[in-house]
Design a protein around this ligand. Structure first.
Ligand code: FAD
Length: 456
């Protein structure tokens, strides 16, 4: 099989290289932040050693269920016991687990470590507690989208509770954002004003019925709760973004959001958005649908399309193989990256029918979007860049320092609710096919910025 460069003219490649190098130079230095350096070192160790990685993931999973430090330490030494070749630091930790006093110290260190790690990704236990972080981000030129972490919704009462938490969050965020100082870049683009307060919600938390066998029932059940949130967001001038989950609910989620936003009462607002997952082979067709629907139902606030690669890659591959279905996601990372770039180009050209948010920590994917936006003659504030709190902080700050519009996706919730989220982020960060892992392993910048090589 021969390889060919993704379809990108030399001029665009030169611009991407220049933008990527400048962004890289704008990354903050961590010499003054020993804890951040320690986190990165822990991630790095985990990335290099599959057994250690698996043991740590299982440990992080049981922390919320542990009743005492002793309990925690025995789990930690138990999991680490499974690691064949142990680095010296691990051998020392395990010796501590042999005595009661040592176990207490080890347990406390383990719990503190996990809590510290979780706080890197989670900004507070609730929206009120998250405000100091959100305020600091805003002062640094970074807007936020708050995501309320929760456990799986299996009853109508849980769905009602999640909807009530979302309603409270909208009220808290809207009131707090009124007190934030002016920042024209975060508050307006060529289309018009942008809401300050921004909440991301999951349809699977708004209904217990979003099941793979009959997802449309889930859509119908979630509709009244989502409609109430859209009404409230409109009243408060807040943005409501609907996250995308696994493929089995994609049609139901997309139909639900596009149908609700087409209702006459929402023609004037609120600002709202959906997510497009570039790892799906049929994502170009999904974009056709989104653009057609946006054309048919003009709204005062154009739909925001957040372009991502997709967080459920392993799930989609395993699920399809188990059932003997064809795999719905690209199986070569470069094909996914090239598709992300093709979708970026289409989205940027589709403005002002939609607003565009590029959500990626991959310097190449981001530099490509910036370069294309420039070459289309659009202003730097006419496309938004989104990063995940804890994973994309450096990139976020580099983008903000370069005069670009950035939003940090900030999960809020308690440590227990945060565990599933934390494990997913750790897995993502240490996976073999990950830009952040490549970057952490010292892959040269020119290689990181090279065009994705797609199979012919
Ligand atoms: C602000 C924000 C919001 C997000 N919201 C959502 C959301 O609503 N729904 C959602 O699903 N995801 C969401 N994500 C996560 C996103 O989908 C990605 O998982 C994550 O950002 C990693 O992609 P990357 O471009 O940053 O990194 P990269 O390292 O360039 O890409 C990693 C991604 O590539 C894909 N991939 C990995 N291996 C392969 C392979 N062998 N073949 C093909 N593709 C592969 C996977 O999607 C993997 O996550 C969000 C991300 C951000 C930053």
């Amino acid at each position: 099989m021969s390889d060919r460069r993704a379809d990108a003219p030399a001029e665009l490649e030169a611009e991407i290289g220049q933008v990527g190098r400048a962004l890289h130079d704008a990354f903050p230095s961590h010499r003054g932040h020993p804890l951040k350096a320690l986190d990165d070192r822990a991630m790095d160790l985990a990335a290099q050693d599959d057994e250690l990685r698996a043991a740590l993931f299982r440990f992080v999973d049981v922390v919320p269920a542990c009743r005492s430090l002793d309990d925690l330490a025995s789990h930690l030494t138990g999991f680490l016991d499974e690691v064949g070749e142990r680095p010296p630091s691990l051998r020392a930790a395990m010796r501590m687990g042999d005595t009661k006093a040592g176990r207490a110290a080890l347990g406390a260190a383990g719990a503190a470590g996990v809590r510290h790690m979780a706080h890197r990704f989670i900004v507070g236990e609730d929206p009120q507690a998250a405000l100091p972080v959100l305020c600091r981000l805003w002062r640094d030129g970074i807007a936020a989208s708050v995501d309320l972490l929760g456990e799986a919704t299996v009853t109508a009462a849980e769905a009602d509770r999640y909807a009530a938490r979302c309603a409270d969050a909208l009220t808290t965020l809207a009131a707090a954002h009124e007190r934030f100082g002016d920042n024209p870049l975060l508050e307006r683009d060529a289309i018009g004003p942008l809401p300050r307060a921004n909440l991301s919600v999951k349809v699977s938390a708004l209904t217990p019925l979003l099941r793979p066998q009959a997802p449309e029932r889930g859509g119908q059940d979630a509709a009244p709760r989502l409609r109430a949130l859209l009404r409230q967001a409109h009243e408060l001038d807040a943005h409501l973004h609907i996250d995308m989950e696994s493929l089995d609910s994609r049609e139901a989620v997309l139909e639900l959001v596009l149908d609700l936003l087409a209702e006459p009462e929402f023609a004037a607002g609120p600002s709202s958005g959906v997510v497009l997952q570039a790892y799906l082979r049929d994502s170009q067709a999904t974009l056709d649908t989104i653009l057609q629907r946006a054309e048919q139902t003009p709204r005062a606030q154009p739909l925001v399309v957040r372009l991502v690669k997709g967080a459920y890659w392993d799930h989609e591959v395993v699920e399809a193989r188990q059932h003997g279905w064809s795999v719905p996601v690209f199986e070569r990372k470069a094909d996914c990256d090239a598709n992300f770039e093709a979708l970026t180009a289409r989205l940027l050209e589709a403005r002002p029918l939609v607003r565009v948010a590029i959500a990626s920590h991959n310097l190449r994917s981001v530099a490509h979007a910036i370069a294309r936006n420039r070459m289309l003659g659009a202003g730097s504030g006419d496309v938004e860049f989104q990063v995940l709190r804890g994973l994309g902080d450096d990139l976020g700050h580099a983008l903000a320092a370069s005069g670009l519009r950035v939003r940090s996706y900030c999960p809020v919730g308690d440590l227990v609710a945060g565990m599933a989220y934390l494990v997913r982020r750790l897995l993502e960060n240490t996976a073999n096919d990950s830009f952040l892992a490549d970057q952490a392993h010292g892959v040269p910048l020119e290689q990181l910025l090279a065009a994705p090589e797609t199979a012919a």
